[in-house]
Design a binder for this molecule. Structure first.
Ligand code: PAP
Length: 335
């Protein structure tokens, strides 16, 4: 329990960080938000951030105290956050819960552990974070370059999940249209495509986000485990075992022979999660402003749905940007 003095200190730090955010945001270039059509994305140190995310960056820099055991699931939006959140939560807690009565069966996709970017600026979060049991699990959409040195230089770890740009664009376009006010016209795929290619999308440019984590994962593989959505789809056993090892919780021979790996994959599968009552009929409250139906986080869960939506010109252009951006990095997508 925080003392009155600690609470006053936290409140003061909270006020200072809010003021700093307000000063910074007023000076930044603005870009079109996919959901509102307002100029609500802000270009900060080369990345396009929603207001709540920018606020999160300031708060993380000024108010977050990292612990060496912290684990971050980092993703660009629509690259597998929901799926990997479930996989990490289940893997880390596998000796705690039975699969038949697992909390994931009644927990929305974003409730197993918080999105730090928006959680950090909520009331009480600072004191809650101080008392959370370790290892603390967080999700984040922040580009790696926007984290403070206190995090990047510490021994906390990141699991990064990337996905091919074409599926990300399509997934994000569908998602944003579900969130748009009924008073607004639909965001056309052409508009979404233009914005995405220009990098004007949440936490974009998408390719810079991926490369920031990719390069650091090459330099410091003990710091960042770099995974691909498509590879997890193709060989879930192989990649879940890599994930568990990186998290410091490798599967024992006994667990493997008892089918624990398969059970986790089954529990976290698109088919299982998307059919749960909680994911069909409940909603998620983000930063007390945005309420999103859980079912919107589950659409198709497939690789290659872009073929059903993108024109051949769009495909050519996205492939070209991807090739140019990733050239020389050693990172490829075979989709
Ligand atoms: P977020 O970053 O906004 O939280 P995120 O979970 O990364 O979203 O992305 C949602 C995508 O993951 C959706 O892809 P789609 O639009 O191409 O279908 C969603 O269907 C997919 N998804 C959600 N859960 C799973 C799962 N268990 N397995 C595979 N894909 C999943």
């Amino acid at each position: 329990m925080a003392t009155n003095y600690e609470k006053e200190e936290d409140d003061e730090a909270f006020r200072k960080a809010t003021k700093k955010y307000e000063e910074i945001v007023s000076r930044l270039p603005h870009g079109r938000h996919w959901m509102t059509d307002q100029l609500d994305l802000h270009q900060y140190k080369g990345y396009w951030l929603a207001s709540s995310t920018l606020k999160g960056v300031i708060f993380i820099h000024d108010l977050f105290t990292t612990q060496s055991t912290d684990i971050f699931l980092a993703t660009s939006p629509k690259t597998g956050t929901t799926w990997f959140r479930a996989l990490i939560f289940t893997t880390m807690n596998r000796s705690r819960y039975e699969f038949s009565s697992h909390p994931l069966l009644n927990t929305g996709p974003h409730d197993c552990f918080p999105l730090l970017d928006s959680y950090i600026s909520q009331n009480e979060s600072i004191s809650n974070l101080k008392t959370s049991p370790s290892p603390r699990l967080f999700s984040t959409h922040l580009p790696y370059d926007l984290f403070p040195k206190s995090i990047t230089d510490s021994s906390c770890r990141f699991v990064y999940v990337c996905r091919n740009a074409k599926d990300v664009l399509v997934s994000k376009w569908f998602f944003m249209n579900k969130l748009r006010s009924k008073d607004l016209p639909r965001l056309s795929l052409e508009e979404a495509f233009e914005l995405f290619c220009e990098g004007i999308s949440h936490d974009g440019p998408f390719w810079d986000h991926v490369l920031g984590y990719w390069r650091t994962s090459l330099e410091s593989p003990e710091k960042i485990l770099f995974l691909k959505y498509e590879e997890m789809k193709r060989e879930p056993v192989v990649h879940l075992k890599r994930l568990a090892e990186f998290l410091g919780q490798p599967f024992s021979a006994q667990e493997e022979s008892e089918g624990v790996v398969r059970e986790i994959i089954k529990l976290c599968s698109f088919k299982n999660l998307s059919n749960l009552e909680v994911n069909q009929n409940s909603a998620q409250n983000f930063s007390n402003q945005l309420i999103v139906d859980n079912r919107f986080f589950f659409r198709k869960g497939e690789v290659g749905d872009w073929k059903n939506h993108l024109t051949s010109e769009m495909i050519k252009c996205l492939d070209q940007i991807t090739e140019e951006k990733l050239h020389g990095s050693g990172l490829t997508f075979h989709v």
